[in-house]
Design a protein around this ligand. Structure first.
Ligand code: ADP
Ligand code: MG
Length: 316
């Protein structure tokens, strides 16, 4: 790839779109913040979605909108973003908070000392909202007792700080709430970042809209040929599992082919090749959503790319 090609890919990768579940989740987060600012009322939110549905990107857009302000006397951090590291303990979660609050020695002290320091610093920086990303990491390795502890810690933290808290993570993070009743009562608001939640719009239609918006951002035109848009919508749905990350992987790969071969137009057969190359090497024939003999079913069985909770290919 030459320099210009890198620029084209960079621009396409940075493209971000306001598709319905992304907007709904973003609005819900902002509503909690506004409600808190206007009334002091504290509500929390659990936001779940499979990997690649745009949760971390959403946090980034919220942070851009409510950025940290560096002042002479102190930093103001309206929204505190804390990604939970893999296999985290409670101490690890507190450390992430400390790190982002500018604590000079985030790993120092016992868990309760770290937590107390995080609370103090968060107050000092006028934090108005907590975003815990990858919340599933807190309980991934936990047997129930660990989950109780984490739940109790979160409960104590949010009670102490009295600011809205958003937990983001894979759908299995719901289990964290299941084992802790008190926490469950604090996170009654729950949103799934998934296409297909609007009862009036077919999921295929939403997939097609997202596909077309992204395809329009490509420097090479996409042409579905003889295929109807509704059939394309269904194929795109199965080829991406409705996750924005896979739409991008698929189209980036098709673009790469197109540029390498100086094509004027991209077609469904380029998507077929792109699916095998970038999403699933075994995805050929009936297992390739863009092949004419495709089965029209979800590719979520064991070993398939969209197996629930699996580390899908093309994932960041
Ligand atoms: N709103 C969006 N518009 C376009 N692309 C997006 C959007 N949100 C996410 N993406 C793409 O999907 C990829 C995965 O998103 P990410 O936010 O990391 O998902 P998650 O945190 O749910 O696993 C990102 O690298 C980005 O390229
Ligand atoms: Mg993420």
């Amino acid at each position: 790839m030459n320099h210009r090609d890198f620029e084209v890919f960079g621009a396409f990768d940075a493209e971000y779109l306001l598709f319905p579940p992304f907007v709904a989740a973003s609005d819900a987060i902002e509503r909690l913040l506004m409600q808190f600012r206007l009334t002091g009322m504290v509500e929390n939110l659990l936001l779940t979605g499979e990997s690649g549905t745009g949760k971390t990107t959403l946090c980034r857009t919220i942070l851009q909108k409510y950025p940290k302000q560096v002042n002479v006397d102190r930093d103001v951090i309206p929204v505190l973003f804390a990604p939970i590291p893999p296999a985290a303990t409670i101490g690890g979660a507190a450390e992430q908070m400390l790190l982002r609050l500018g604590d000079p020695a985030p790993t120092k002290g016992t868990t309760s000392a770290k937590t107390a320091r995080a609370v103090r610093l968060a107050r000092g920086c006028s934090v108005e909202m907590l975003l815990f990303d990858e919340a599933n990491h807190i309980q991934d390795r936990g047997r129930s007792p660990t989950q109780y502890h984490v739940g109790d810690w979160l409960k104590a933290l949010t009670d102490e700080l009295q600011i809205p808290c958003v937990l983001l993570g894979l759908p299995r993070v719901e289990a964290l709430l299941r084992v802790n009743e008190q926490l469950r009562r604090r996170f009654t608001r729950q949103i799934r970042m998934e296409l297909g939640q609007d009862p009036d719009v077919a999921v295929e239609t939403e997939c097609l809209q997202l596909f077309n918006s992204l395809a329009h951002a490509l420097p090479i035109r996409f042409d579905p040929g003889n295929m109807s848009w509704s059939e394309l919508g269904q194929r795109v749905r199965f080829g991406t599992d409705g996750r924005v990350a896979f739409f991008k992987v698929l189209l980036s790969q098709a673009l790469r082919f197109g540029m390498a071969n100086s094509l004027d137009v991209l077609t469904v057969s380029d998507l077929e090749e792109a699916f095998t190359a970038a999403i699933w090497p075994q995805g050929v024939g009936a297992l390739n959503p863009f092949h004419q003999s495709f089965d029209f079913r979800r590719l979520d069985r064991t070993g398939e790319p969209f197996e629930r909770g699996a580390l899908g290919a093309g994932r960041r």
